[in-house]
Ligand binder design. Structure first.
Ligand code: FAD
Length: 384
C-alpha cells in the first residue's frame, strides 16, 4: 500500500515536531525549510534565543517520545523573580511546589533535536529551499534555493509551518481570501546577555526563575540558559516619547536609561554596548485568520495560523499542541483530509484566540501588576 504523502513548509519548532509525529503514524513526509541545516551550518535565529516550555508543549513532546531528551537540556523556572526599582527582589511561585513549573530551553538546541527526531522517523528534509509559490489547482509548489534556482514539487497535501510571515499563507490568501488580520502591538524587543560567571557558581542571578524587571509601560525579562548565561529581553514601545526604541537609538542613550531604570541589571550585562548596537529590534503582532485551510489541499499550523505576542510564553507550546491534534485527526481511519483540516480548525481556533487574548493581557500584568508600588506611585506623580 502506498503511504499518503504530506509536504510540510518550514522545519522550525512546529514543523519539525509535526513531521516526526506524522512519519510515526505512517505518512510519507517531506519538509522544505528555507534556512540551511542548523546541525551542519549552525542555527540562524531571528526570534528569541530561549523559550519557556510549559505543560502543554511538554505533553506534545511526551507524545513524540522526546520529553526526556528535551528536559535534559532545560532549566527549571519555579516562578517569577520580580526585581523592583527599589527594595528587595522576590520570587512569586507558579505553584505550591515543583510540580507546577515551566522550563527554559534553547530554541536552536530544541530545533536541532526535533530535526534529528524527524529524520530518525523517516522524514525527508530539504534545507535551503524556500517556498516561492503554490499552484493549488495543479497541486504543485515552486521552491527557490539561495542561488535563486527554482524547482517544482508535487504536493497533494500541504501543511504550512512557515511561521508568522508564512509564504504559504500569502499564496493561500491570493488563491482564495482567508481573512488575515495582523494587529501590531506597537512595542518591540531587543535581546541582551548576562554571561556565565567563572567558577563554581555559573549563574550570576537565581537560575531557577523567570526574572522580570517591571517598570509600568515597559520591562526587561531574563530566562536562564543551561551553560550559566541568561538571555535578557527589553520590551519597550517601538515609537513615541521617551522611553521608546525611537528615543534609544544607540547604546549610549540606552545605557543612560538603564542606569536610571534598571540599575541592578546593567552591571550584569558587560557587553551591553555591543549587544545593544548589534542586535535588531524585533516586532510583535497578533495574527488572526478566518480560515486556516483550503479544503484538503493546504492547512496552516503554529505561528503561520495564529502568531501571538510572547507574554504568556505560549506560542510554541500552542503550536506543539496543534501538532498532536492534527496528527491524530489525519491518522483517524475513515476521515478524509478535508474533513480532518476542517475539524482541526474547529478544535484549535477557539484555543488559539483565547491564548492570543491572554498573551496580550499578560503584557499589562507583567509590566504593571507585578511592578513595585514605589515605582508606580512615582510614575503617577509625574516624577519621570
Ligand atoms: P517558526 O519558529 O517561525 O518557524 C518557521 C520556520 O519556517 C523557520 O524555520 C523558517 O526558516 C521557515 N520558513 C519561513 N518561511 C519559509 C519559506 N518561504 N519556505 C520554507 N521555509 C520557511 N513561545 C513559547 O511557547 N514560549 C516562549 O517563551 C516564547 N518566547 C518568545 C519570545 C519572543 C521574543 C518571540 C518573538 C516569540 C516567543 N515565542 C514563545 C513564540 C515562538 O517563538 C513561536 O510560537 C514559535 O517559534 C512558532 O514556531 P513555528 O515553527 O510555527 O514558527
Amino acid at each position: 500500500m502506498t503511504r499518503q504523502s504530506i509536504t510540510l513548509i518550514g522545519g522550525g519548532l512546529v514543523g519539525a515536531l509535526m513531521a516526526q509525529l506524522l512519519a510515526k503514524r505512517g505518512f510519507a513526509v517531506e519538509v522544505f525549510e528555507k534556512r540551511p541545516d542548523p546541525r551542519r551550518f549552525g542555527f540562524v535565529g531571528g526570534r528569541s534565543i530561549n523559550l519557556a516550555l510549559a505543560e502543554r508543549g511538554l505533553q506534545a513532546l511526551r507524545t513524540a517520545g522526546l520529553a526526556d531528551d528535551v528536559m535534559e537540556r532545560a532549566v527549571m523556572m519555579r516562578g517569577r523573580m520580580v526585581h523592583p526599582l527599589e527594595g528587595a527582589s522576590g520570587l512569586q511561585r507558579y505553584g505550591v511546589d515543583d510540580s507546577e513549573v515551566i522550563w527554559s530551553v534553547s530554541r536552536g538546541a530544541l530545533n536541532m533535536l526535533l530535526l534529528d527526531a524527524a529524520e530518525a522517523a523517516g522524514v525527508t528534509l530539504h534545507f535551503g529551499q524556500s517556498l516561492a509559490s503554490a499552484d493549488f489547482d495543479a497541486r504543485r509548489i515552486a521552491l527557490v534555493d539561495e542561488n535563486g534556482t527554482q524547482r517544482h514539487h508535487d504536493a497533494s497535501v500541504l501543511i504550512g509551518a512557515d511561521g508568522a510571515g508564512s509564504a504559504l499563507r500569502a499564496a493561500m490568501d491570493e488563491y482564495s481570501p482567508i481573512g488575515a488580520r495582523v494587529e501590531s502591538l506597537g512595542h518591540g524587543y531587543k535581546e541582551l546577555e548576562i554571561p556565565p560567571r567563572a567558577g563554581a557558581e555559573r549563574f550570576a542571578i537565581e537560575p531557577h526563575a523567570l526574572h522580570i524587571w517591571p517598570r509600568g509601560g515597559y520591562m526587561c525579562i531574563a530566562l536562564p540558559n543551561t551553560e550559566g548565561s541568561f538571555t535578557v529581553t527589553l520590551f519597550l514601545p517601538a515609537h513615541g516619547p521617551h522611553p521608546s526604541f525611537d528615543t534609544l537609538p544607540d547604546s549610549s542613550a540606552a545605557a543612560a536609561f538603564f542606569r536610571e531604570d534598571f540599575p541592578d541589571l546593567l552591571p550584569q550585562i558587560p557587553r551591553f554596548a555591543e549587544d545593544y548596537d548589534s542586535h535588531p529590534v524585533g516586532t510583535l503582532s497578533t495574527l488572526y485568520l478566518d480560515r486556516w485551510h483550503i479544503d484538503g489541499r493546504a492547512l496552516l499550523i503554529g505561528d503561520a495560523a495564529h502568531a501571538i505576542v510572547p507574554f504568556h510564553g505560549q506560542g510554541m507550546n500552542c503550536g506543539f499542541e496543534d501538532t498532536v491534534v492534527l496528527a491524530d485527526l489525519l491518522a483517524e481511519s475513515g476521515r478524509d483530509t478535508a474533513d480532518a483540516f476542517a475539524e482541526f480548525q474547529r478544535i484549535r481556533q477557539p484555543n488559539a484566540n483565547a491564548i492570543a487574548a491572554m498573551a496580550l493581557e499578560n503584557y499589562i500584568e507583567m509590566r504593571d501588576s507585578v511592578a513595585d508600588p514605589y515605582y508606580l506611585a512615582k510614575r503617577e506623580l509625574g516624577a519621570r
